[in-house]
Design a protein around this ligand. Structure first.
Ligand code: ATP
Ligand code: MG
Length: 301
């Protein structure tokens, strides 16, 4: 019997041979993280999502920075519900937040990724609702807090792409390396792409990226892709103050051009590469917990 995954792969290969773009056929899940805080993850996540939208992708952003949710502030909205409202009976479309710039987002709160308290039926309910995002969106971008928690490690491990954000400062590069080292130690690093943010010049960005790539290869045996560079640009601060993403507010700024290039690089790099998509992401994220939940429910204590 041909298993489902093999059948899907066969169909994707056939579509690719027909000239179809299969890289987003399953959707893609991208996680933004950094070692050091304040390097620009949230800002890049939101603006990169908008830039992908301009390339014809259908992005949705999930804020997984538990306790320090910034995406809503950057988008100038106050969501009335977090994803944990799903457990109170709301469906995904009632939890999803519209924004003025047309970028939908989901406030992760502690409900989606901090799942230790969920029982098996709650996990099933969460999975059923979150999976519906696939009906409307083909790219899920997840913003996280700085550093690493056990939850974030699982989220990164389940994603199609991990975007590691740093600035050119040696402290940020050292912390990015430290984060990579932790993830490698845990044994589940998805394809990793580096963005150097706040570079004074493209040369400075390239030198910083080279440094990180070299140490990752030499000491961790990990090959990183460089997605690109975003220059230091005061419009970023101005857009944060106005609570409107700079790609929308200042589409001709240097920062917006840089992010547009990142999005093009991403789409081009994804071409031909298979993704697990949202379905695969959720399966991986919940699989261990779910089997424990099933065990718990058959052996009540
Ligand atoms: N390219 C840039 N040019 C100028 N300023 C920038 C740039 N990128 C980010 N900043 C500044 O850095 C600040 C912090 O960015 P952001 O909140 O996105 O970082 P973060 O990595 O998400 O932080 P945290 O770790 O706290 O979640 C922004 O508010 C903005 O003022
Ligand atoms: Mg942030």
């Amino acid at each position: 019997m041909v298993d489902q995954a093999e059948e899907l792969r066969r169909r994707l290969r056939a579509r690719e041979a027909n000239g179809d773009d299969v890289s987003f056929a399953n959707g893609r899940v991208i996680v933004f993280a950094s070692g050091k805080g304040g390097v620009g993850k949230s800002s890049l996540c939101v603006n990169f999502a908008l830039a992908l939208g301009r390339l014809g992708r259908r992005p949705v952003v999930i804020d997984a920075d538990m306790g320090f949710a910034n995406v809503e502030v950057l988008l100038g909205v106050r969501p009335s519900r977090t994803v944990s409202a799903i457990l109170d009976g709301f469906d995904i479309w009632e939890v999803l937040q519209d924004t003025a710039v047309g970028l939908p987002f989901l406030s992760g709160g502690s409900g989606l990724f901090d799942i230790h308290d969920l029982n098996a039926s709650e996990i099933d309910r969460m999975l059923t609702e979150v999976r519906k995002l696939r009906l409307r969106y083909d790219t899920v971008l997840i913003d996280s807090g700085a550093g690493l928690s056990a939850n974030l490690a699982r989220v990164i491990g389940a994603a199609d792409d991990f975007i590691l954000v740093t600035t050119p400062e040696p402290t940020a590069i050292a912390d990015a390396y430290a984060l990579l080292k932790l993830l490698v130690g845990l044994g589940d690093l998805p394809p990793t792409k580096v963005i150097v943010n706040r570079a004074a010049s493209l040369v400075e960005g390239r030198i910083a990226a080279d440094k990180l790539c070299q140490v990752a290869l030499r000491f961790l045996d990990v090959r990183l892709d460089v997605l690109g560079y975003v220059l230091e640009d005061r419009v970023v601060h101005e857009a944060v103050m106005a609570q409107i993403p700079f790609v929308a507010r200042h589409p001709h700024s240097l920062a917006a051009h840089c992010v547009g290039q990142l999005a093009r690089n991403y789409v081009q790099g994804a071409r031909g590469s298979e993704s697990r998509g949202l379905h695969g992401f959720l399966e991986r994220l919940f699989e261990r917990r779910r089997s424990r939940g099933a065990l718990d429910s058959t052996h009540p204590t």
